[in-house]
Write a protein that binds this ligand. Structure first.
Ligand code: GLP
Length: 233
């Protein structure tokens, strides 16, 4: 893993953007994208840039079960608002959280990933070390599936909802195995809430107890952290 320390989230977003910019010059086609507050500074850099994404494909990590693209808390809505409306892509994939047959939706999504190999996967990290919505205990080779969110994730994400009862308890998430198929990973983390997860991911054992530790088994991982997130390294 290459660890890049930055002053703050703004500098981190710039750094991640520069990697993507260079890779696009080198001819990549597909970005794996993430939601949450962490990637927002990267998306701001992408929007402010003169880069053209209209020949690019994006594949998002996850979506809440039960929410559709018109729901303001859905990840499809988040992506439209924070990136796609300003920077159109050729095609954008986000799991359909309202699919009637969720098992079929997971299978469809793994087919999307197989037919559009991800060149660069953008990742945030949960306080408990989750990536996508793969909570502790998820097998490290998992494929896209319907997952139960932990109390700590529901608690962390309730800030986006009116009340905690409104936070969905399930999501469709790319699996850890699906994520690791990407050719390059860029994981960003800011703030002391992430320090334990980052320390475990970098220096701890590779274990389902901390899903992000699986990144130790990937050959090309860039970790962009501020001082607070790096404070336990
Ligand atoms: C959610 C998302 C993750 C994200 C995490 C951290 O659980 N499914 O992809 O990494 O939140 O969010 P934040 O960046 O807001 O701390």
């Amino acid at each position: 893993m290459e660890i890049i320390r930055v002053k703050d989230a703004a500098a981190g977003g710039k750094r991640a953007f520069e990697i993507i910019q260079q890779a696009m010059k080198d001819g990549i086609h597909t970005l794996g994208l993430a939601t949450g507050s962490t990637p927002i500074t990267l998306y701001q850099e992408m929007i402010a840039s003169d880069l053209d994404f209209s020949e690019m494909t994006s594949i998002n990590l996850d979506e809440y079960v039960g929410l559709g693209g018109e729901d303001k808390q859905s990840y499809r809505y988040f992506m439209n608002e924070n990136l796609f409306n300003q920077k159109p892509f050729k095609e954008t994939f986000v799991p359909n959280g309202k699919a009637e047959d969720l098992a079929a939706e997971c299978k469809r999504y793994d087919d999307v990933i197989a037919t559009h190999p991800i060149d660069i996967q953008i990742l945030g990290i949960g306080r408990n070390g989750h990536i996508g919505f793969n909570e502790p205990g998820t097998p490290l080779d998992s494929q896209t599936s319907v997952v139960d969110l932990t109390e700590s994730t529901i608690e962390a994400n309730k800030r986006f909802f009116d009340k905690v009862e409104d936070v969905p308890t399930k999501a469709v998430s790319m699996g850890i195995g699906s994520i690791l198929q990407g050719k390059k990973m860029i994981l960003m983390a800011y703030g002391e809430d992430k320090a334990d997860a980052i320390a475990g991911m970098v220096n701890g054992p590779v274990t389902p107890d901390l899903p992000a530790s699986a990144l130790q088994n990937h050959a090309d991982v860039v970790v962009i952290v501020d001082d607070a997130a790096a404070s336990k390294l």
